[in-house]
Ligand binder design. Structure first.
Ligand SMILES: [Zn+2]
Length: 326
């Protein structure tokens, strides 16, 4: 690893801003009905303007069109993406390598935006160019310190007309140091069980976590208008008062929405992991986990009961379980 000083690194990073990552890419295939149908099946999109020629002909489109959000699918190189050795190196590859060589080895995608100027139709042949729009200064994030890289891909059709764009942001970061297991003499040196990610605690929400540590689920209450709010914020969105107090939740809630995490499996979590948006009887909602429940038994609106529990030797979390009816 060749470690540059931060200043040297940032000077090198600046040379990538505004640069096209490589030559223009040409879509492997023209927009076609077969790929559209496969994509719609995979995504569960039943809109007939994508797959039903008759219905599409009678629509404003006058024929089958491609789902706009399928945009990037037309440009992806397919299975060769699984083998980096087969991928053509780009300026983006160089930029990622520069950061990796300086300790920013982690990468995570954080944002993607797309904009469509017109619907794509079978026979259109896309081309695209990708530019590195920005590299941020060094930022502290929950994953570790790192740099955000913004790229913009511009899509044109066979006539050179711009039809869409996509921006993509990734964070290249130094993975935060993990607390090393410190085996004392005579003990097994088996690695400690990995711990869950720590919640970010700051000036505006530290008090809420202190409540959790004390076994209480608190809800912020505006001292001006009495409105309850969560997550904690410094100002009331209704009356703009910055004075607030808190009440303790009774711990009863309803399942407002949920997702079941299957993959990727982060160390320290048990899977399948039920991530739930719980509506408390007081009216505010919070994101939590539902425990001791088969994912197949989840029902929107089901009654849940709070429990504040230690998930490891230093973290208390509010979790919920289904209310069992006798
Ligand atoms: Zn208020």
């Amino acid at each position: 690893m060749n470690s540059l000083t931060k200043e040297e690194l940032e000077q090198r990073l600046a040379t990538f801003v505004g640069v096209d990552i490589g030559d223009e890419d040409l879509a492997r295939d023209p927009v076609n009905e077969t790929m559209i149908r496969h994509w719609c099946e995979a995504m569960g999109d039943n809109n007939p303007v994508y797959t039903d020629a008759e219905a599409a002909a009678a629509s404003v489109h006058g024929g089958i069109v491609s789902p706009p959000s399928m945009l990037q699918a037309w440009m992806l190189p397919g299975i060769e993406m699984a083998d980096p050795a087969r991928m053509r190196p780009t300026r983006q590859t160089e930029l990622h390598k520069l950061l990796s060589d300086n300790g920013y080895t982690g990468v995570v995608a954080t944002n993607c935006e797309q904009s469509y100027h017109r619907y794509l139709k079978p026979g259109d042949r896309l081309r695209s160019t990708t530019r590195i729009e920005a590299v941020s200064g060094e930022k502290a994030t929950a994953l570790g310190i790192g740099y955000f890289i913004n790229t913009r891909e511009t899509f044109r059709d066979q006539d050179g007309e711009e039809v869409a764009w996509q921006t993509f942001r990734v964070l290249k970061f130094k993975p935060a140091e993990r607390p090393a297991a410190a085996p004392s003499e005579g003990q097994s040196s088996a690695p400690a069980k990995p711990k869950r990610l720590r919640p970010p605690k700051g000036h505006d929400n530290g008090w809420w976590w202190e409540g959790i540590d004390a076994g209480k689920l608190l809800i912020q209450k505006c001292s001006g208008c009495g409105e309850l709010r969560h997550p904690p914020q410094p100002m009331c969105a209704y009356c703009r008062s910055i004075k607030w107090e808190s009440i303790e939740s009774g711990g009863k809630g309803l399942l407002y929405s949920y997702t079941v995490m299957q993959y990727p499996k982060f160390p320290g979590y048990d899977y399948p992991l039920i991530c739930a948006l719980v509506e408390l009887s007081e009216g505010t909602r919070l994101v939590s986990n539902v425990l001791d429940c088969d994912p197949g038994d989840l029902q929107i609106g089901m009654e849940l009961q709070l429990s504040i529990e230690a998930v490891d030797d230093e973290l208390m979390l509010p979790v919920f379980r289904p209310v069992k009816r006798k």
